[in-house]
Design a protein around this ligand. Structure first.
Ligand SMILES: *Cc1c(COP(=O)(O)O)cnc(C)c1O
Length: 388
């Protein structure tokens, strides 16, 4: 007997369907030079400070005196102390090292954390959404409510009209690239406190925030330590998509004390992030590491600025891209997401991601990413302009 909930999962066809269409087009048009503005992965190499730390950690592994085997279950102290100091205390947020759990990235933790909750919990997600939240809760058999994020509400979800127990918020948002201000996020913290709900806050794109009024952590909002778990990732911050490292904050002040439960869960099912990855992550908190990472993010955000400007000049309605490496673009002439995808591929030889793949409210939009090179981004924009 299998877990019947797995049969309720919708076919995850978005990226395979994109790959299939691109491959078919390439076969028919082998000379076409196709540029992807749909890449959901970073492309720039790791920072020199990170590479140096990786080499050093590798050399330590070669000597019996400095070799490391299994690490501490919540992560090494050197990394958890660096996190607490740089990501929280430096911003006036009081988080303790034993509230931080180092992980192999935010996908596992945003997917796994729901295991601590009853199957009867009602879950709210924004729509469009990062599919992991929906799929993980579908596997667990929970009821899921979608909160539409559209131009009409400025991509700010409205509070649910029925009681929900869990709310997933991801800001800056993937896929829309939009943000919540402190004021807007406070409404959700107040809702969670008043309704005994738990917020799962995915801060994977926190490092891309430029606007002053956009919070880098939900713990900037008073009361959030009683109602929110926060997920961080070094994937987009520092190009760790292949290295693998992130962390989750589980405050001891939560109304229900989930910190020991998460420790129990992790020590049972997870044996830690590699020593090399944790030394690599530590290196991004050094002065050199910080500067190098900032430069790479600025490189991507220059692409985003260029894309926003060029597409707006072409007459597109463009959202996001100011505090996130994603742009959410309305399709022209009432085209569907997939119709516009086909047009972009066939006419401009540019690949985008159809918004409908992220949920019903994504219909009529495509997602463009700033993770390409400057040269390719400029070339892609020129081609789109010439084909309009
Ligand atoms: C990329 C991404 C993550 C990070 O995943 P990792 O497992 O840390 O690589 C988390 N959440 C969202 C919304 C993302 O887009």
């Amino acid at each position: 007997m299998i877990n019947q909930n797995y049969l309720k999962l919708s076919e995850s066809y978005l990226f395979s369907e994109i790959a299939r269409k691109v491959k078919a087009y390439k076969q028919e048009n082998p000379e076409a030079d196709i540029i992807s503005l749909g890449i959901g992965d970073v492309t720039q190499p790791l920072a020199p400070a990170v590479i140096e730390a990786l080499h050093k950690a590798t050399d330590e592994m070669a000597q019996s005196a400095t070799f490391r085997g299994y690490g501490p279950e919540r992560g090494y102290d050197f990394l958890r102390e660096a996190i607490v100091q740089n990501d929280f205390r430096a911003c006036g947020i009081d988080i303790e090292a034993d509230e931080v759990f180092v992980s192999d990235g935010a996908k596992s933790d945003t997917g796994n954390f729901q295991e601590l909750l009853s199957a009867d919990c009602v879950v709210a997600v924004t729509d469009p959404v990062y599919p992991v939240y929906i799929d993980a809760n579908t596997m667990a058999g929970r009821r899921i409510i979608k909160l539409p994020c559209t131009p009409e509400n400025g991509f700010v979800p409205e509070l649910p009209t029925e009681h929900v127990d869990v709310i997933y918020l991801c800001y800056p948002n993937n896929p829309t690239g939009t943000t919540l201000t402190r004021e807007q996020l406070k409404k959700w913290v107040d809702y969670a406190l008043a309704n005994d709900a738990l917020i799962f806050y995915d801060a994977a794109y926190e490092a891309y925030i430029a606007s002053e009024d956009v919070p880098h952590s939900i713990y900037e909002i008073p009361g959030a330590k009683q109602c929110a778990v926060e997920f961080h990732s070094y994937s987009k911050t520092a190009g760790f998509t292949g290295i693998r490292c992130g962390y989750t904050v589980v405050p001891k002040a939560l109304k229900v004390n989930l910190n020991p439960l998460w420790n129990r869960r992790q020590s049972t099912k997870f044996n830690g992030t590699s020593y090399l990855s944790q030394r690599a992550a530590e290196a991004i908190y050094t002065p050199e590491g910080k500067a190098q990472i900032k430069a790479t993010i600025a490189y991507y955000m220059e692409n985003a600025r260029l894309m926003r400007e060029a597409l707006t000049n072409m007459g597109f309605k463009v959202y996001g891209g100011k505090d996130a490496p994603y742009l959410w673009v309305s399709t022209p002439n009432d085209m569907s997401s997939w119709e516009f995808f086909d047009w972009m591929l066939h006419s401009a030889h540019v690949v985008c991601t159809p918004g409908a793949g992220f949920g019903p409210s994504g219909e009529g939009f495509v997602r463009l990413t700033a993770f390409g090179t400057h040269v390719n981004t400029e070339k892609a924009l020129c081609r789109i302009a010439n084909k309009l």
